[in-house]
Ligand binder design. Structure first.
Ligand code: AGP
Length: 621
């Protein structure tokens, strides 16, 4: 939800470094972009509507400077146009800010600033920030002005500010991610916790891919913290100092060396990140299984001891959580509660120090999940994070972390993180049942079957089906048991990249209303289990016949049936073969639909990596 990056250091190519970083943050927002460079005590601004990846540089694009900051926008306040694109100036042109998040009290602050004579030029909430800094600069230095400004803002935010005439960067965080990258760290002691860090250059960004090709050494800012970067007294290097927003006193931080390789975040030979990430599932399932068994057992024990376990997630992660209700009932005979992150606050009256919260999140920065964590902390609830991004807010705020290990996921539509999360929740259900080894073996076998399944011919088969349905207005997906949340997830995948109206239903629910939507040729994707499947309390021959009955009701009304199943059936107009993998079925079932959604997006000339109106990490409520 907006990407920000800034650079201050010994290189004179700050503008280029910032733009290259923005290109790596494009998944966070891609309505418009902009960057500011400090040149001869003044600030030079470049802003454009559109995607940073389409920005063409030439010999005149960048100034020679060692200080710059940039932003790629996902609009929250104000139309998508050049004026509303960041960076934003103060009315007197002295302070420039890039911001991620929402200033909830911006109307009130505008009123206050208008009273001081400020004339606003944009519709954004951000514009109050540089103007407040100017107000506070009248009696304070930059650090204090930024700190006092941050205290005035309500809502979740991260921002970076610079002032014309000063070689400094100052940034504050409360709710939105902010990470410091240190190029050539100069250690001055053996201390692990440092209030001041010396280095040749510093980046401040919303996410690590923005600068990982320059340095793996990072410091994660926490909520209520800020950092100021400036040249050392001898002007031979730079240093960063950390402070708390509330009191302005020094805060000690730890440097973490990431082992992520920047090359892993590139597309390679694939046309899009989404396709690359779908194919990476050949190995990510196996990586997800490499869990520390002691940690798994610890979580299983927390579930056993809890009086109420809640799984929370949003969007796709929410659908992954919904499978837990079925998996835990079937494998471990245990009831768990599942609720979207944005709805968790409705459960506050039931939360005690015996409650357990298990959050599933790819980014670990989703605002709705972080809000749930705040409530959990308030109520003494223990937290477990099933999270992909190491060092994210969810990872750092959880009592126990089960790492998803899927590697950097760049496409906005989640694929490999989804199936890895499914694998971990399945493993956890087995751990809870005291059958971890059985679960590990079952999932490893499913992983091998995925390896065989994911080949170019399979993808071509899905492309052919996509060709046949690419012009439909609506399509529906059904499933029973764990396939029901997967039907919901399939619908999300189809919606977000193909822009076709898609909805998922529990198979048996169609006849209670949605059947009225079926007309001649309406595609119905049906997850149909193999004959031998045994559902929770289901009939001995499993749910196959039951789901096929629901399918035949659609077929009788002219629907076009796309069956996702280990076995073909005469009712199917198209058959998408999937292996029969028992309790790992949701994992293999969703993969062909990811591919179908991808091909539909490409055939309909949509960019599957950057779907309209969306952003990878939703850091606003
Ligand atoms: C996934 O395809 C979606 N883009 C979206 O629903 C996503 O899963 C949701 O925003 C949650 O994100 P998280 O996993 O990073 O918390």
């Amino acid at each position: 939800m907006c990407g920000i990056i800034s650079y201050l250091g010994n290189r004179k190519t700050a503008g280029k470094l910032v733009v290259d970083g923005l290109k790596k943050l494009e998944y966070r927002g891609y309505d418009s972009f902009g960057f500011a460079e400090k040149v001869n005590g003044k600030i030079r601004l470049t802003k454009k509507v559109g995607k940073i990846s389409e920005f063409r540089e030439n010999g005149k694009t960048f100034a020679k400077t060692n200080l710059a900051l940039g932003h790629t926008r996902w609009a929250t306040h104000g139309k998508v146009n050049r004026v509303n694109a960041h960076p934003h100036f103060s009315a007197d042109g002295k302070v420039v800010v890039v911001h991620n998040g929402i200033v909830e009290n911006h109307a009130e602050l505008r009123k206050f600033l208008r009273g001081k004579g400020v004339k606003f030029v944009t519709e954004t909430d951000t514009e109050v920030i540089p103007n407040l800094i100017v107000e506070f600069l009248k009696k304070n230095n930059l650090k204090e002005a930024v700190r006092k400004t941050a205290q005035k803002l309500r809502g979740r935010f991260a921002f970076v500010a610079i002032v014309a005439g000063e070689e400094k960067l100052c940034a504050a965080r409360n709710g939105s991610p902010l990470i410091l990258g240190i190029e050539k760290f100069f250690p001055k002691s053996d201390d692990k916790l440092l209030a001041k860090i010396d280095g040749s250059a510093f980046f401040i960004a919303s996410d690590t891919p923005a600068f990982l090709n320059h340095t793996p050494d990072v410091v994660y800012l926490d909520d209520g913290e800020m950092v100021e970067i400036e040249a050392s007294p001898k002007q031979d290097h730079f240093h960063a100092q950390f402070f708390g927003i509330t009191k302005g006193t020094a805060v000690k931080k730890r440097i973490i060396s990431l082992d992520l390789k920047e090359s892993k975040t590139e597309k390679g030979d694939f046309a899009h990140f989404m396709l690359k990430e779908i194919f990476e599932q050949k190995e990510t399932i196996h990586r997800a299984l490499k869990q520390d068994e002691k940690q798994l057992e610890k979580v299983a024990q927390l579930i056993r001891k809890s009086f109420g376990t809640f799984f929370i997630g949003c969007g796709t992660a929410g659908k992954v959580c919904a499978t837990a209700e079925y998996l835990f009932a079937k494998i471990a005979r245990r009831h768990v509660n599942v609720i979207f992150g944005s709805e968790f606050d409705t459960q506050e009256p039931f939360l005690t120090n015996k409650t357990l919260l298990i959050a599933v999140s790819q980014s670990g920065e989703t605002a709705d999940v972080l809000e749930a964590y705040k409530i959990a902390k308030r109520r003494g609830v223990k937290t477990v994070g099933v999270v992909n991004v190491a060092g994210s807010s969810v990872a750092r705020g959880s009592d126990v972390v089960l790492p998803v290990n899927a590697g950097v996921e760049k496409a906005v539509a989640s694929t490999k993180a989804t199936t890895a999360q499914l694998a971990i929740l399945t493993l956890l259900a087995y751990a809870l049942a005291g059958k971890l080894a059985e679960g590990q073996q079952m999932l490893a076998e499913a992983g091998s079957q995925i390896d065989e399944l994911l080949n170019p011919r399979y993808s071509e088969h899905l492309e052919k089906i996509a060709q046949k349905i690419k012009r439909v207005e609506s399509m529906y997906v059904i499933g029973k048991g764990t396939d029901y949340p997967m039907a919901l997830e399939a619908a999300i995948k189809l919606q977000e990249v193909s822009y076709i109206h898609a909805e998922g239903f529990a198979a048996g629910e169609l006849k209670h209303g949605p059947l009225a939507l079926i007309t001649k040729g309406t595609p119905l994707i049906a997850f149909v289990p193999a004959d031998r499947s045994l559902g929770v309390g289901g009939p001995a021959n499993g749910y196959r016949q039951e789901v096929l009955s629901n399918v035949s009701e659609v077929k009788a009304r002219g629907g076009r049936i796309i069956g996702v199943s280990p076995q073909n059936d005469p009712l199917f107009d198209e058959w998408i073969r999937v292996p029969d993998v028992g309790n790992a079925q949701p994992i293999v079932n969703i993969i062909p639909i990811q591919l179908l959604a991808y091909h539909l997006a490409v055939l309909r000339k949509n960019n599957p990596d950057l779907p309209r109106n969306l952003a990878k990490s939703v850091t606003v409520k």
